[in-house]
Design a protein around this ligand. Sequence first.
Ligand SMILES: Cc1cc2nc3c(=O)[nH]c(=O)nc-3n(C[C@H](O)[C@H](O)[C@H](O)COP(=O)(O)OP(=O)(O)OC[C@H]3O[C@@H](n4cnc5c(N)ncnc54)[C@H](O)[C@@H]3O)c2cc1C
Length: 501
Amino acid sequence: MRKILIVGGGTAGWMTAALFGKLFQGLYDIELVESEAIGTVGVGEATIPAIKKYNELVQLDEPKFMRRTQATFKLGVQFVDWWKPGHSYIHGFGIIGQDWEWLRCHHYWLRANQRGRARDFADYSINTAAALAGKFMHPRPDMQESPIGHIAHAFQFDATLYARYLRGLAEQHGVRRTEGKIVDVTLHESGDIASITLEDGRIVDADFFIDCSGFRGLIIEQVYGAGFEDWSHWLPNDRAAAVPAQRMAEPSPFTVARAREAGWQWRIPLQHRTGNGYVFCSSYISDDEVASSLLESLEGTALADPKFLRFKAGRRKSSWVKNCLALGLSSGFLEPLESTSIHLIQAGITKFLDFFPEREPDPILIDRYNEEMSFQYETIRDFIIAHYKVTDRDDSEFWRYCKHMSIPDTLAEKIELFMSRGEVKPRWGDLFSEVSWFAILYGQGLVPSGHHPIADAMAEDDLELTLSKIRSAIKQRVDGLPSHGDYIRSCCAAEQAMTPA
Ligand SMILES: Cc1cc2nc3c(=O)[nH]c(=O)nc-3n(C[C@H](O)[C@H](O)[C@H](O)COP(=O)(O)OP(=O)(O)OC[C@H]3O[C@@H](n4cnc5c(N)ncnc54)[C@H](O)[C@@H]3O)c2cc1C
């Protein structure tokens, strides 16, 4: 293994290039080929806290990265109208309240709630309470006893600027970029990829190929025919319209996902603009209807025409075949509801590093990698499906379909367990924790009949006192936090970006 060729320069390609360049320090020759004429998907603005791990690995300077990508902080996602019109809840990152030994705080809250003695669930999460108040501050690791020690954050950024920023980092570490459209792929007799051919006749060879070519899956699908597991019967949205708009107010530290007639609409506040998009199922609504309803709902003037994208929810049956690994959209796509795609790129890269082949990739390594990535995709898939299935909405064909569709057994089991004891028991390696499952299942209107039996061990008065202490500690801390906008201005504002229109 001497040379690695990355095919594609979207978020997946440049995330891979920046990390490989940093980690390999010249050990391997790394080249990236991309075509400006083809371009990138150009969306993908919201992330989850796991991205901080990637940032650490590439040793990214956070304030600089935020200025360069016009980024804001994200404490969670606000789901509006998902359970039923008029209702909203926040899936806040991080913990709820304070955990006791091994028992999660939400079981105590559930017990109090079942006796009608708990307050709004949102009051017990520092992330949710801060999000609702429009406040933000980095967590203080020296304050583990305080809610301030537990603020968990991610970022919202401009996807095009992010790829550009990572490109700069990758090139600093010696990654070479080649502009050109790939028109052919040549194989060795063994079936391994030998080289790619560009439109102008140049041939680029390598020992290993990372396919980051987007939905088309230039090598993984078009050469190897890895196959696609279609999940559109569970996740029927197949199209999206995206439009940037002027930002009219201070940026909120969370993404909004508003349920719509035939899908949902995102609102992602950045420093220089707000990202908006309507993700929908084309069997239930036309492009024209989506465009007008999206444009009508914007808070500020649209900065471009809506850009339409087509996709299918599912995953490549194998992401790694012979000497080719697919990352990003070429390895699969679950719709963007919980901002998990960039995370799946990161998970794919870091898992590949763990399984990094020495010479000829061992088939056992390849099988294990593919199994582990398919587990990742499936657990995230179930979490996203739950948002559609668990709803009282039946006010449109789309929502009636979602409410009555069949669901994977793995999700049905989780819902059943949740109903009896307020927990789903995620398996080791699941991206979403018990607390995240609780936030969304309860937020979507499921009320468990029981709770963990050990929550009964606390005396009734102690339970009330403890919950009320948590609530007031969170309130007091949130009151003292700076506003999200002020915080950005104090540490990481891009020039001339923070003034709302
Ligand atoms: C509507 C929507 C909203 C999304 N929102 C989010 C979100 O909020 N959060 C999140 O985490 N993810 C989100 N995603 C997913 C996210 O956009 C992608 O995971 C991410 O952008 C990675 O894309 P990519 O690099 O795999 O593909 P692309 O951006 O499509 O890049 C493909 C690259 O391959 C190159 N290429 C292709 N063919 C050739 C060829 N023949 N020759 C040379 N080069 C070629 C292209 O030029 C390009 O550089 C969203 C996706 C969609 C569709």
